[in-house]
Design a binder for this molecule. Structure first.
Ligand code: ES4
Ligand code: ZN
Length: 326
């Protein structure tokens, strides 16, 4: 019908996608054979059956195991290219891609291998697919700030290959304050700043992501509806929330997709966007997120237009490029 066609074909930006979370089981098996790395699952089907999560941590354990098959520059290229083809099919014309270098450097993979492979795929996406793609380096918050500083140092020779930094992994027990100094340094370097906050964690983590880390966007942020003063601020300052509905459903942040608060966020005037997070693990890419969320919650065509517009407004595109896409 009309709304479904609108959702499918509308040009959109994706701002919250972990590239390691786009690694499909088939590619995990192919890379495990190519690189001679054993994984504790006998088949693609057995791996896929393990994708039943009860919370964020239960997912992260399997997500880091899946990423262990990535070794060469070509592996990182192949993973990103497969995602960029999916993005193009969903009419994503701009995407800002998270990557987790510490997951790889801790296994002896060089920073250069990771970044060069991902960056080459981003360049090819513009040239061959007409998809604009940038990279955002994420620090793992379950590791130390010292480890994050070392990772930043390691990445600085590649400063021109990524546009910003983020903060991901286990939220509870790892508040934004833990990374205050490394984010201050990234700010001095002119990097864009984002952080996961209020996915499972309390509204206080959203306040401190804004006030201590000085981030420009909040990744997830769905717990903000528990704090009226925070909602007012997010709306007044148009601080974007990169919301991931299927992720929230699969990690039991909401009992059902029908219970998702995306409509409440939009109706309160927040700059919320729809994103896929870890599409290989959570049951779908961008258009799956849009179609399933709209079907479950009864959002309207007006909400659809607002979400598409918000995705470009919230992007780190230069103002002129942003206007061209709007
Ligand atoms: C993540 Cl859903 C989610 N939350 C936090 N960190 C992550 N890394 C990959 N996916
Ligand atoms: Zn995420």
């Amino acid at each position: 019908e009309r709304l479904v066609d609108l959702l499918r074909t509308a040009p959109k930006a994706e701002l919250h996608i972990h590239i390691e979370g786009s690694l499909e089981p088939e590619l995990i098996f192919a890379l495990s054979q190519r690189n001679g790395i054993a994984i504790p699952y006998a088949s693609v089907d057995e791996l896929r059956r393990a994708y039943a999560f009860s919370n964020l941590q239960s997912f992260l354990d399997i997500y880091y195991a899946g990423a262990s098959v990535l070794i060469t520059e070509q592996d990182f290229y192949d993973m990103a290219w497969a995602y960029l083809l999916k993005a193009q099919a969903d009419h994503v014309i701009h995407t800002e891609i998270f990557f987790d270098p510490q997951t790889h450097t801790a296994r002896g993979v060089a920073m250069k291998t990771v970044i060069d492979g991902l960056y080459r795929a981003c360049q090819d996406a513009q040239a061959k697919l007409g998809v604009s793609a940038s990279l955002i380096l994420c620090f793992l918050r379950h590791l130390s700030e010292e480890d994050a500083f070392a990772t930043l140092e390691d990445a600085l020779p590649h400063r021109d290959q990524f546009i910003g930094v983020g903060l991901d992994s286990s939220e509870l027990g790892h508040p934004p304050e833990k990374f205050a100094r490394v984010f201050a340094r990234c700010r001095e370097l002119g990097l864009h700043l984002v952080a996961h906050a209020g996915e499972e964690g309390p509204p206080e983590y959203i306040w401190s992501a804004l006030d201590v880390l000085k981030v420009e966007r909040i990744d997830h942020g769905v717990q903000s509806t528990h704090d009226a003063a925070l909602m007012k601020r997010l709306a007044a300052e148009r601080i974007p929330l990169t919301v991931c509905p299927l992720s929230n459903q699969k990690l039991c942040v909401f009992p059902n997709l029908a219970d998702h608060n995306l409509g409440r966020l939009l109706d309160a005037g927040l700059c919320a966007t729809v994103n896929s997070d870890d599409p290989a693990y959570f049951g779908g890419y961008m258009n799956d997120n849009f179609l399933q969320t709209f079907a479950a919650t009864g959002l309207t065509a007006q909400h659809a237009y607002t979400l598409m517009r918000n995705s470009f407004e919230a992007s780190f595109l230069a103002p002129a490029a942003k206007r061209a896409m709007l």
